[in-house]
Ligand binder design. Structure first.
Ligand SMILES: CC(C)(COP(=O)(O)OP(=O)(O)OC[C@H]1O[C@@H](n2cnc3c(N)ncnc32)[C@H](O)[C@@H]1OP(=O)(O)O)[C@@H](O)C(=O)NCCC(=O)NCCS
Length: 150
């Protein structure tokens, strides 16, 4: 699907073959949530997720993925748009396209974690946790940095 704004034109695609692993890795390895992530982990996560890409002039400028069983649950992750392309509705287009994927209709729960982009996700129907005390997590934030050292 192609879109045009006052500033530029871009394409949104759900085709996994179009995802540029090098481009996604280049962004994610410097992101606040996946610093130092190895390329092979990015490739594996892309291969095992439903992905959406945004492209301008054939270059990947945005990405998001949904980790899902395609039946009940999905976890939205790794959403980004390159800084020079922000503020044109590209992230919103990527997310609405991903959520409209035929394989993820009727899911009972979608989740995500964000530091500061709550407003973006609110526009896609996400809300703050209704019952935070019922949610738990198990994380290992240093795992990628340890992998680099060893
Ligand atoms: C967050 C990000 C993906 C948004 O991309 P974008 O293409 O600029 O977003 P859009 O233009 O589609 O914005 C859609 C709406 O979300 C809002 N929004 C976008 N980024 C936001 C942010 N960081 N914080 C709060 N609201 C944001 C916009 O104001 C806009 O609202 P509007 O429709 O009322 O104007 C982009 O800023 C980014 O890549 N940031 C760095 C990586 C990151 O933080 N990703 C999110 C991890 S959870």
């Amino acid at each position: 699907m192609s879109f045009a704004t006052d500033a530029s034109s871009f394409e949104i695609s759900l085709d996994p073959r179009r995802i540029d692993i090098d481009a996604v890795h280049a962004f994610l390895r410097t992101s606040y949530w996946a610093q130092a992530i190895p390329r092979e982990i990015v490739a594996k996560s892309v291969a095992n997720s439903l992905c959406v890409g945004a492209f301008s002039g054939g270059t990947q400028i945005g990405f998001a993925r949904l980790v899902t069983d395609c039946a009940t649950f999905g976890y939205l992750a790794d959403v980004y748009v390159l800084s020079e392309h922000r503020g044109q509705g590209i992230a919103k287009r990527m997310l609405t396209t991903l959520m409209a994927h035929p394989d993820v209709q009727g899911l009972r729960r979608l989740m995500l974690v964000t530091r500061d982009a709550q407003r973006l996700y609110a526009e896609c129907g996400f809300t703050a946790l209704a019952a935070p005390d019922r949610h738990m997590e198990k994380t290992d934030p240093e795992i990628y940095r340890r992998a680099v050292k060893s």
